[in-house]
Design a protein around this ligand. Structure first.
Ligand code: MRU
Length: 345
């Protein structure tokens, strides 16, 4: 059993009357928290990627609903519900791929529907439970993943799946933390173009915790695998379809294809809130396209001959995945039976 060391950094802080969001766009240079008191602000914080990472997006949205209830119940004890439902719709439009967003909003909606009197205590309790359950799930997944990786010598991770992307500790990065606590395995992080979650966030988080990490350019992954330095690629997920296909940060699919060529295994670590019971396969998952400007240098802004294609997620087919680790247990070789039966769906 690992003695878990919680990373000091918190992506989200509920103050009792507002949500403080660490602006991840400014990391690692600056630690700046923005404070939000309504759902519109939280929607904007998610859409602009001040807060990002599937579980953290879901938790932020849940607190966004709390803020909406606080605001509208205060303004009208009789007429608050329709305003809150409108805010839930707004929050749902902030980003399309991470299913934890819709999962959290559905949970909040169910609790709302059951409210006759003052909805505030129950709605806050629901958001706090979503938050606390996510942290507990991360610790559990850390243990389960670390058991599988007992003999690993080298691990490559992609994007950021740590405390910054979750309620705390992390999914794939949580497993890496737990493995490292048991056995100082060699850790590599891909820079994760174009938004650089790997270099700006993952490397920073690990450095904060004094866990050694080696950064690679995304394009160095094949050569790293060829060198024999790693035996596992470990990533998180934004949405897992019932057949075990996994949507995650753009570049995950490339890593999985390369891993197959080099005999490297792929582990996906995600709470069951990331499994979408209404999506049969990865073909049905909406892949977010972000602005060209996030990729294209400013000097091409007015050049009509130059454009950028900027999908920010891709889908890795189940057949390229060796294990999906959830807080409820591990699905080995998900292509054999998907994840539906595991969840009882
Ligand atoms: O665009 P982002 O930074 O929100 O993408 C994040 C990822 O793809 C993560 O791997 C995923 O959300 C899992 S985070 C625990």
């Amino acid at each position: 059993m690992t003695n878990h060391k919680q990373s000091g950094v918190l992506a989200l802080q509920w103050t009792g009357h507002s949500l403080k969001v660490l602006d991840q766009r400014q990391l690692p240079e600056k630690i700046v928290y923005d404070e939000y008191t309504d759902a519109l602000g939280v929607t904007e914080a998610i859409a602009t990627m001040r807060v990002r990472g599937a579980p953290a997006i879901g938790i932020a949205a849940a607190y966004g609903v709390v803020l909406s209830v606080y605001q509208h119940y205060f303004q009208s004890v009789d007429n608050w519900r329709q305003h809150v439902l409108a805010d839930i719709q707004l929050l749902a439009q902030s980003r399309p791929t991470a299913v934890n967003l819709f999962w959290a909003l559905n949970h909040m909606k169910v609790v709302l529907e059951g409210q006759g009197g003052d909805p505030r205590p129950a709605i806050l309790a629901c958001a706090e439970k979503i938050h606390a359950d996510d942290i507990a799930a991360n610790y559990k997944m850390g243990e389960l993943g670390a058991d599988i990786l007992a003999n690993a010598k080298g691990i490559l991770t992609h994007c950021n799946t740590g405390a910054l992307a979750t309620g705390g500790y992390g999914t794939a990065l949580g497993v890496i933390r737990s493995v490292y606590a048991r056995n100082p395995v060699k850790i590599y992080a891909g820079e994760t173009r174009p938004w650089l979650q790997g270099v700006r966030l993952t490397v920073w988080e690990l450095a904060q915790d004094e866990i050694p990490v080696t950064l690679i350019a995304d394009s160095a992954a094949a050569w790293l695998m060829k060198s024999g330095a790693i035996d596992w690629v470990i990533v998180g997920a934004d949405r897992i379809a019932l057949n075990g296909d996994v949507a995650n940060k753009i570049g995950t699919y490339s890593l999985a294809v390369l891993a197959k060529q080099h005999g490297v295994k792929v582990m996906v670590v995600a709470p069951t809130s990331t499994i979408d019971g209404s999506t049969k396969s990865g073909d049905e998952i909406e892949i977010e396209q972000r602005q060209q400007s996030e990729l294209l240098p400013a000097c091409y802004k007015d050049n009509t001959n130059v454009s950028a294609w900027n999908p920010v997620f891709d889908v890795t087919p189940a057949e390229l995945i060796s294990a999906i680790v959830t807080e409820r247990g591990v699905v080995l070789n998900p292509s054999e039976g998907g994840v539906g039966a595991f969840l009882g769906i």
